[in-house]
Design a protein around this ligand. Structure first.
Ligand SMILES: [Zn+2]
Length: 399
C-alpha cells in the first residue's frame, strides 16, 4: 500500500504531444482545438498546436500520446474515506489507488462516517474532522488528492464551533442528516454558519442509507439550503422522480448524482437539469465505499450511463465529472486551462468496442480504456489495470 506524502508537484517541463482529442472539462465548450500541452512544475503552462508549442523547449520529458484522448483527471465528488488507503466498510485496503486506475485524481469526502467508534460528541467530531483533514493533506494515497475532514453535524453545535473548524483548515461538512441534525430548520442554521466561515455543505437526500440513518425529503433539502444537494438520486433509496425534478427546478444549488444511487432517477435528474439549461450545476460522485461496495470505475460508469441512456453527449458528460465539480468545489484541477494543476487522464476507446471512436463508444454504453494518469505533472499510473484495454496508450519518450 503506497502512502505517499503530499510532496510538491513535479519539477521541470514536460511536452505532451500527438493528442488525438482534447476535453476541456467545460460542459459549454467541451472539446479543445489543440493537440499538445506543456506542463511546467506540475501545472499546465500552455495548450495548443505542437508546431506552436515546440519552441517552448527544451523539455525534460515528452509524452507521445499516439492520438489517444486527454481529459482533466476525474473528480469523485462524494466518497467516504477513513484513514489512508483503508476502508472498513468492505474491509479493503488500496481502494483509493484502485480509483486512480479509474481515472480519478481528486476525491471529496462527504464525511468520514465509517470510522469504527466515530465520535459523536462535539469536541470529538471536531477533533476527527481536523485530524482527517490533516492526515489526507499530508499523505495522499497513490498520489490522489483526497479532500477530507468533513464533520457530521450533531445537535448542540454553535456558531463558534464552525469558526473554530474553519480556522483549523476544515473546508467541508459531511452529509447533513447523517448525524442528529435532521430537521430542516436546525440544518439551515448550521449550514448558514458553515457558509459564513467558508465551509461548504452537502445534504443527504432521500431514504436512509443503512439502518440508523434517516429520511431527508425534498422540503427538508429546500429548507436546509446546503450548497450541494448530495446524491439527489438517493443513496440508495431515492425520492420520487417528481420531487427530484422539483429540487432541480426550485433550488439553485449543485445537483450531485451518484453511482451508488437509483439509476433511473439519475437519468431523470440529469435530463431535468439539461432541460432547465443548468447542466453546469450537475456534479458526479460514487458515494463509495458503501454497502454496495467500492467502485474504482464508478465515475466512468456514471459518465457512460448518463451519456448512453440519458442522452447527454459524451464530451459534456465528462465535463460533469471534471470542470463542473472543480468550479463548484473550488478545486485546482478539473479543467484544461493554463495555470491549473496538470491532473490528466489519457484514454481511448476500449478495444473491440462496437463504437466507431471514443465518443461513440461511450454513447453506446461502453466505458473507455485508460492508458495513463498524471497528477500535478507526475505520471501516477500507466495502462489501467482496471479498465478494459484502451486502443491506444501514451508513451513516455524521455528528453
Ligand atoms: Zn448519504
Amino acid at each position: 500500500m503506497a502512502l505517499e506524502p503530499a510532496a510538491g508537484p513535479a519539477k521541470g517541463r514536460t511536452l505532451v504531444r500527438n493528442i488525438g482529442l482534447m476535453f476541456s472539462g467545460d460542459v459549454d465548450r467541451p472539446l479543445l482545438d489543440a493537440d499538445a500541452i506543456v506542463v511546467e512544475d506540475g501545472r499546465i503552462a500552455a495548450i495548443g498546436r505542437l508546431a506552436e508549442l515546440r519552441g517552448r523547449g527544451p523539455f525534460d520529458q515528452e509524452i507521445f500520446a499516439h492520438e489517444c484522448a486527454v481529459a482533466p483527471g476525474l473528480i469523485d465528488s462524494h466518497v467516504h474515506p477513513v484513514f489512508g488507503d483503508w476502508t472498513p466498510r468492505q474491509n479493503q485496503i488500496g481502494w483509493v489507488e484502485s480509483f486512480l486506475h479509474g481515472g480519478v485524481t481528486t476525491m471529496v469526502s462527504a464525511g468520514e462516517v465509517h470510522l469504527p467508534g466515530r465520535p459523536k460528541d462535539i469536541v470529538g467530531l471536531k477533533a476527527l474532522a481536523i485530524t482527517a483533514q490533516r492526515a489526507f493533506s499530508l499523505a495522499r494515497p497513490a498520489g490522489v488528492k483526497v479532500i477530507a475532514g468533513a464533520p457530521i453535524l450533531e445537535q448542540g453545535m454553535v456558531e463558534a464551533d464552525f469558526a473554530e473548524l474553519a480556522a483549523a483548515g476544515v473546508t467541508l461538512l459531511g452529509e447533513v442528516g447523517l448525524g442528529s441534525v435532521k430537521a430542516g430548520y436546525e440544518a439551515r442554521e448550521m449550514v448558514a454558519w458553515a457558509r459564513k466561515y467558508g465551509i461548504q455543505s452537502t445534504i443527504h437526500t432521500g431514504g436512509p442509507s443503512i439502518p440508523g440513518s434517516g429520511l431527508i425529503d425534498k422540503d427538508t433539502v429546500l429548507e436546509a439550503d446546503a450548497d450541494i444537494i448530495g446524491h439527489i438520486n438517493g443513496g440508495h433509496t431515492s425520492l420520487s422522480e417528481a420531487h427530484v425534478c422539483e429540487l432541480c427546478e426550485r433550488s439553485t444549488r449543485a445537483i450531485e448524482i451518484v453511482h451508488n444511487g437509483n439509476e433511473r432517477v439519475a437519468i431523470a435528474a440529469v435530463q431535468a437539469a439539461r432541460d432547465l439549461g443548468v447542466l453546469g450545476r450537475v456534479i458526479l460522485g460514487t458515494d463509495s465505499p458503501a454497502g454496495s461496495g467500492v467502485q474504482p470505475l464508478g465515475i466512468l460508469r456514471l459518465i457512460s450511463l448518463l451519456s448512453s441512456v440519458g442522452g447527454i453527449p459524451a464530451a459534456q458528460a465528462i465535463g460533469l465529472a471534471t470542470g463542473n465539480t472543480a468550479r463548484i468545489r473550488n478545486l485546482d484541477g478539473g479543467l484544461l486551462e493554463v495555470g491549473r494543476a496538470a491532473d490528466l487522464m489519457f484514454f481511448d476507446r476500449a478495444q473491440h468496442s462496437a463504437g466507431r471512436d471514443l465518443l461513440h463508444s461511450i454513447e453506446l454504453g461502453d466505458i473507455p480504456g485508460i492508458g495513463m494518469v498524471m497528477i500535478d505533472g507526475t505520471v501516477r499510473a500507466g495502462r489501467s489495470r482496471n479498465t478494459p484495454p484502451a486502443d491506444r496508450v501514451p508513451q513516455i519518450i524521455g528528453a
